[in-house]
Design a protein around this ligand. Structure first.
Ligand code: HPA
Length: 273
């Protein structure tokens, strides 16, 4: 894809600094149909076009960066992302994360919509990513900017993932069972854009993947080794059973919306912990 209009990291950071004198305490990147942290106190909204020079093209991704407060913490909420399957190169897919790192944001929560492979999962479950497999076709990476170090353990096991586990326990104890405990598991990142064939699903299960999606691995790899600590959560929008019939993107958007309330509670609790 011709991404010649994309801003550089420096240009994007300069623009953000001109809009906010404070560096956010945390940032959240939202996946398809995931709507959380809406209408925050003191919120200002910026368009991806103004910040990054380009906008996402996939339904369910609005392409706005809002800055607002959660209990006094300044949070940047990025609604939408650039995917390899849209034809973007690695440097564009990782641009928002590189901008957050350069801006000095210390905590990054990455979310996505994913298909559940673990048969114990239910639609609407939230899965904390404890490890990932990168099936995003590394050839794409050679064209763009190379990622920083990729030490998987450090991105998937850190203070933030511990905070999310504790937040889940706390919500479970304080909401009288209304909150569903988060699941944990291995995320397989595939290029897409088509959903998987049943044969591919069988393969991914053999590889012990618990969920499958088309994003997030680039963000985690990019944040790794930087001062920005990152973690990721999948919203399980469908579960792959042997007789499953997946309606497609609409079904994914619907399920993501339903789970958003629990995700909202979880993120607020973890951000302010
Ligand atoms: N596969 C890949 N990506 C997805 C899925 C899926 O089943 N559900 C939501 N995003």
């Amino acid at each position: 894809m011709n991404d010649s209009k994309a801003r550089t990291v420096e240009q994007a950071v300069e623009f953000l600094r001109s809009k906010s004198s404070r560096v956010p305490d945390a940032a959240v990147i939202l996946g398809s149909g995931v709507n959380v942290l809406e209408n925050l106190p003191g919120e200002i909204q910026l368009s991806y076009n103004d910040v990054f020079g380009i906008s996402p093209s996939v339904a369910g991704h609005s392409g706005s960066l809002s800055l607002g407060e959660v209990d006094g913490k300044l949070v940047a909420v990025l609604r939408g992302r650039f995917h390899l399957y849209e034809g973007h190169f690695w440097d564009v897919v990782t641009l928002p994360t590189r901008v957050l790192v350069e801006w000095g944001v210390p905590k990054l929560f990455v979310t996505n919509a994913a298909g559940g492979l673990n048969q114990a999962f239910q639609v609407g479950d939230l899965m904390l990513i404890t490890s990932y497999r990168d099936h995003l076709q590394p050839k794409w990476r050679e064209v763009g900017l190379l990622p920083a170090l990729t030490k998987e353990a450090s991105v998937c096991e850190n203070e933030l993932t511990a905070k999310l586990s504790q937040a889940s326990d706390k919500l479970l104890a304080t909401t009288g069972g209304a909150f569903r405990a988060i699941k944990k598991g291995l995320y397989a990142g595939l290029l897409g854009p088509t959903y998987e064939t049943l044969a591919e699903i069988d393969m991914l299960k053999l590889l012990k993947a618990d969920a499958v999606g088309m994003s997030t691995v680039p963000e985690l790899m990019t944040a790794d080794g930087t001062k920005t600590q990152a973690c990721a959560l999948s919203v399980i929008t469908n579960v792959w059973t042997p007789d499953v019939e997946l309606e497609g993107h609409e079904e994914v958007l619907r399920a993501a919306k339903e789970a958003s309330q629990r995700l909202d509670q979880l993120l607020r609790t973890a951000i302010t912990a």
